[in-house]
Each structure stands twice: as structure tokens, then as C-alpha cells.
Design a protein around this ligand. Sequence first.
Ligand SMILES: NC(=O)c1ccc[n+]([C@@H]2O[C@H](COP(=O)([O-])OP(=O)(O)OC[C@H]3O[C@@H](n4cnc5c(N)ncnc54)[C@H](O)[C@@H]3O)[C@@H](O)[C@H]2O)c1
Length: 344
Amino acid sequence: MSPRAPALSDPRPVLVTGAAGFIGYHVAEALLARGERVVGVDNMNAYYDPRLKEERLARLSASPGFEFVRLDLAEPAPTAALFAACRPQRVIHLAAQAGVRWSVSHPEDFVTANLVAFLQVLEGCRAVGVQHLVYASSSSVYGDQARQPLHEGSGADHPLSLYAATKRCNELMAHSYAHLFGLPSTGLRYFSVYGPYGRPDMAVYLFAEAMRAGRPIQLFNHGDMVRDFTYVDDVVAGTLAALDHPPAAGPAPEDDDPARSAAPFRVYNLGGGSPRPLVDLVDALERALGVTAIRELVGPQPADVRETRADVSRLADAVGYAPSVPLEEGVRRFAAWYLGRSGR
Ligand SMILES: NC(=O)c1ccc[n+]([C@@H]2O[C@H](COP(=O)([O-])OP(=O)(O)OC[C@H]3O[C@@H](n4cnc5c(N)ncnc54)[C@H](O)[C@@H]3O)[C@@H](O)[C@H]2O)c1
């Protein structure tokens, strides 16, 4: 679709950015399955092998309700043209430069993809009067907090990486547009998402690759890490439930809660709700792949958070979020996909 030509008539499509990415692909697929029309956007960058992005897109493109637009959301004119052409009422913004460690060595990528592009998306939403913007934030905004589980009401002002800083900044930018222009927005702080079609730069995939090749896997902080792993189907369910519950403006909250305000603005944790030591992931992968891992215990990474435990009660109360896929089952499903890909 050219960004200038409105290709889809009402009902208006949901605009999903980062649709060729891991979570965007699954979210778009679920929207299509429930009968929505979807316009997917992605710039198909080569941060990881774009063939995986092509593979995801090919699956989405099999659905008549899906259209794809390749563009860089950091570019103002084409992004404005896209919003004018498709006039979405709902936007799920998942396009971003991800990767905590990558942000240490490639800070510019994060400013462009996560701040400049986010502004263009906000502007597009403002221009066409979007009724709900849902966007990806991250558990990394919490930094290294001793007080666990992590709760939206606690502070998120000491990020350990530029990636985390850009995600926190997105929340603040979204708040300003909610206040100034009445743009309802929901930020979702995702916690370590994994599953089929997952990202090759993340632990589950990296470990699987190394284990199958007989290479050692590195366990940072000598393996002393806890993650609230979240299976992608739970992420999709939580994201769509949030989409269906746009926040309304209301009276200012009496407490000093940073995740609430008088503006139509919310921020929620979206985690699996069952935090596990990193070694449990390795154990589950060993069973699912039928290989033994060579474990190499190495020191901590400065941008890494040691522990993430999500308090998901707010999202549960607000939209009925109830994660249901335990780590062992999720890893089995990941492994089935991983082993089924050609060449394995
Ligand atoms: N996967 C996780 O565990 C996790 C955890 C916390 C937050 N998040 C956030 O969730 C979102 C989706 O993550 P993912 O794991 O699917 O990552 P992903 O890298 O697979 O998907 C992001 C997609 O955005 C696209 N993109 C990047 N910059 C763009 C731009 N300027 N214009 C258009 N497209 C662009 C990329 O090509 C990619 O396909 C991201 O915002 C990420 O920061 C993910």
C-alpha cells in the first residue's frame, strides 16, 4: 500500500507498527484472527536477520485483512502520509530498536527509532484523532530495584541503559500528548517475552542456537538472574485486552502515583507473573531440545538488571489479564517451532 492511497475502507484498520517484528507479528495475527483489518508497518531493518521478518510477514500477508507498508517511522513526511491515508482509530506501536546491550554500543539507533519515531507516531495519532494508542514500554524502566515485585506505583527514574531511558521517555511523551491533546494512551511494560518466531538476540533463542551447536552458553552474573518470562500468547492477550479498554480522563489521583494521572493515560506491567531463575530456563531448554548445555558462568553486564518480578495485578484488575502459559510449556512450544524450521 502506498502511504498516500487509502486502501482499506471502514471498519478502520488497526495500525500495528513493528508488524514484522516478534511481538508485532503475533499481535497482528491475533487481530486478524478476531476479524480486524490490520495495516502493518515496519522498516525491515537488519538488527537481526531480516529473513525472519520476511517469514513472519509472509504468514500475515496470507490473510486478506492484512496490508503491509514498509517505511521508517522516524521520517516525518511518509509517517504523516501513512496516518492520513489509513486514518486508524487504534494504533499499537511496537516498532522500536530493542536490545539493552546493543544500546550500550549503538546509542544513536535508539534515539532515532525510539524517540524520533515515537514522536512521529504521536503526531500521526494527534493529526487523525486516534482513539487509543497502545505502545510497548519495558520492564527495564525500573532499573535495579531491591523492592520486588515491581509495581507501577514505584519509581522508574534510574534506568541502567539508554534503551530503558528511551522507553521511560516514551511514557512521559505519551503523557504529555494525553494531557495536551486528549490522546488516550496505554503503555505496556513487557517482561522478557519469548515464544515461536522469537528474537534471535534474546536468551531463549541464543541459548537454543548455542546448545544445538555444542557451544557453551554464557550465564551472566554467574547465573544469578531472575526473569519474569512471559510467553508471547499471554503478551498478545494482554495487549489486545488493553487495546479494548482505552483510558478515560478523570480526577487527579490523590496519591503520587507516576502511572496514573488526570489525563487519559495508563501504564501497566505485562509479565508472566511467575518469576524464575535463569537456570530454570536452561533446564527447560535442555529437556525440550534434548541436549545438555555447556554452562559458562561469567560476570555481570553493566546494563543488565539482576531481577525482574512483575506485579501484574493492575492489568488484571483493569482488563482481566491472566497469564496462563508456564515456562516449561512455553519453552516446549518455542522448541517445537525452532526445531521445525528448515535446516535444523
Ligand atoms: N521482546 C521482549 O522481551 C520485549 C520486552 C520489553 C519491551 N519490548 C518492546 O516490545 C516491542 C516489540 O519488540 P520485539 O521483541 O517484537 O522486537 P523486534 O525487534 O522483533 O520488533 C521491532 C520491529 O520494529 C521495526 N522497526 C524498528 N525501528 C523502526 C522504524 N524506525 N520504523 C519502522 N519499523 C521499525 C524492526 O524492523 C522490527 O521488525 C519493542 O518496542 C520492544 O522494545 C520487547
